[in-house]
Ligand binder design. Structure first.
Ligand code: PLP
Length: 390
């Protein structure tokens, strides 16, 4: 069959599993150079190693995070597994350090896989009264000298903003690399690599893809040695994103800026309004001056965008009353706001905190909203109506 050159500005969807390598010499050459080339190989070999449609989507993410390389993976968890696993060096593995206000799935991975199966020496620090004690952090890492320090810019579900600039400064002082999960902040709010972080990971499932229809992850960085190690790990473990998902991600990421700005604007207006409502006891939103880490948020992100996640606690005299109000709210908004366990979707969605994070946050009246980019007036009407009828 004849191959056509088509005058399209888009990288097509290449579903090829293996690519044509022509002869023995070009085959040997392309295999030996596989991990060396920075972006585009001279010749593609096999889609689990590299795929042109995936590379095209990676280039879009490089523009957003303003970095030298980005590697897409099948999920956010695959990105995290790749990012941390390249620091495992058999019996020479150094301790690893994690701040604990991170995604619950990451905490389970740390416990079940890193600690119990791989026997890694894991060290952690939890926030006290809603923020991290960085003096205590420095004390710990000056003693244990970890290979890396891992944190999330904005945490889940209380939206604690970590002082990433300070974390980077202190970590580098003791020779530790820094890995930041920037999923909640997105490159719109903060780009950790520009502040010296070594690796950024995202669950691209969330704001980067932004439509609740792709599961993907990405690892971003500037260091070429780390890139080589991650390319190799992704290839051998098989964490590569599928070309179909990469093609769709590449389309959806083009509206990233528009979508996320609108989501942040909607969230800010809603959080401001909620903060003045009697039936809402507490509102957790980094853009509110009442938030424990508001000052850090302003330092990192400026004063315009503070993300699109809001967690709030409905008022009630007893846990049962709070629970009833929570259930009434969920039922009241259910026509327009669905209970869906993800975030960053086009429409506002919610999660009841106690049902998911009950062990850590036994908060019967608490709800986490992932605010969408729908028309604000409609969103406000839905939420205010439900709150009025509690
Ligand atoms: N990191 C954060 C902050 C998350 O919220 C999630 C999932 O919710 C992940 C990582 C894991 O991503 P995925 O579900 O795409 O594997």
């Amino acid at each position: 069959m004849k191959k056509h050159q088509v005058n399209s500005p888009r990288t097509p969807l290449y579903r090829d599993t293996g690519f044509e390598l022509y002869n023995a010499e070009t085959t040997a050459g392309s295999f030996s150079e596989e991990t060396l080339h920075e972006r585009e190989p001279e010749m593609y070999i096999y889609s689990r190693y590299r795929n042109p449609t995936v590379v095209a989507a990676e280039e879009e993410i490089m523009k957003l995070e303003k970095c030298e390389w980005a590697l897409l993976t099948q999920s956010g968890m695959a990105a995290i597994d790749t990012a941390v696993s390249v620091f495992q060096e058999a019996k020479d593995t150094k301790p690893w350090f994690f701040f604990t206000e991170i995604y619950g799935g990451t905490l389970s991975y740390i416990d079940s896989i890193l600690r119990k199966r791989r026997g890694i020496d894991i060290n952690t620090l939890s926030p006290v009264d809603g923020s991290y004690d960085l003096k205590e952090f420095e004390k710990i890492i000056s003693e244990i000298k970890p290979a890396f320090v891992y944190a999330e810019t904005i945490s889940n579900p209380l939206l604690v903003v970590a002082d990433i600039q300070e974390i980077i400064r202190i970590s580098h002082k003791y020779g530790a690399k820094v890995i930041i999960d920037n999923t909640f902040a997105t490159p719109l709010l903060f780009r950790p690599l520009e502040h010296g972080a070594d690796i950024v990971v995202h669950s691209a499932t969330k704001y980067l893809a932004g439509h609740g229809n792709i599961t993907a992850g990405v690892i971003c960085g500037n260091d070429q040695e780390l890139r080589k190690a991650m390319v190799e790990y992704r290839k051998f473990v098989g964490h590569m994103l599928s070309p179909d998902d990469a093609y769709r991600l590449n389309t959806q990421i083009k509206t990233f800026d528009l979508r996320v700005k609108q989501q942040c604007r909607n969230a800010r207006m809603l959080a401001d309004w909620m903060a003045g409502e009697k039936s809402v006891e507490r509102v957790f939103y980094p853009g509110l001056s009442s938030h424990k880490t508001h000052d850090i948020a302003v330092k990192l992100m400026g004063s315009e965008y503070f993300g699109a996640m809001i967690t709030f606690d409905l008022a009630g005299k007893t846990p049962d009353e709070k629970r009833k109000k929570r259930d009434a709210f969920i039922a009241g908004v259910s026509e327009n706001i669905k209970l869906i366990p993800t975030l960053g979707d086009p429409h506002t969605i919610l999660m009841p905190v106690e049902a998911v994070w009950g062990a850590k946050y036994p908060e019967p009246g608490m709800i986490r909203l992932s605010v969408g980019f729908e028309n604000y007036n409609e969103l406000f009407e839905t939420v205010s109506d439900a709150i009025r009828h509690l």
